[in-house]
Design a protein around this ligand. Sequence first.
Ligand SMILES: [Zn+2]
Length: 263
Amino acid sequence: MFPLTDTHAHLDDAAYDADRDAIIARARAAGVTRILAVGIGERSIAATLALAEKHAEVFAAVGVHPNALDALPAERWDLLERAARHPRVVAVGETGLDFFRLKGEDLAAGRRIQRDFFLRQLDLARRLDKPVVIHCREALEETLAILREFGRFRPAPGVMHCFAGNRTQAEEFFALGYTISVGGILTFKNAPELREVVRAAPRDRVMLETDCPWLAPTPHRGQRNEPAYIRLVAERLAELWEEPLEIVAERLAATVRRVFGIV
Ligand SMILES: [Zn+2]
């Protein structure tokens, strides 16, 4: 069995409170030997760091999610700075822009605050020389503009998690040095455009993630997702790239190593 990495898992989510250790063991049994767990906000960061300290296969990313900015109040920012320096933390994030849930008269203010938090986390990543994990929903052009203006700060500055853009946008992120990450949606019947983007992408610019507990791949769609299911996405990717799973797994491992330094 070829080892795989789940590059985006919310292992601290309450969905796993009853069987968290079993879920991690099941991933290992399925050949998912590395999991990048994402801690967002004060409580989630603490829980995620504890998991990374306890399990050899778990690494951490720490940040503040654009939809939950008050999970880390400004006066607690030092906590994120300290957490990001933790030796098991390989990335800052997820951070980014999410205009999907912003509504009404607070729109402009909401966008301004998201942009501010995003820039602060980009700056933190640059200072610590760690990549960023970027969340983006209904804000691809704005995200591109920010990244262009911020400038490239590492050979591999980070990943566009759960990428949902078109081919032109993907190419712009690639030109800025970014990788795209895709998950269960790749297996959904109604996602031909995403499959086309991934098919055309450079072979060293694609990573796989579950984004669990959400977005379980077919045939588990709609149920709780878990890192072990990354294998189903990898199989779909191998079909798209018309390569043996073994080769695809090697390519994915090289990309994870280059971006996150995880071996
Ligand atoms: Zn996430």
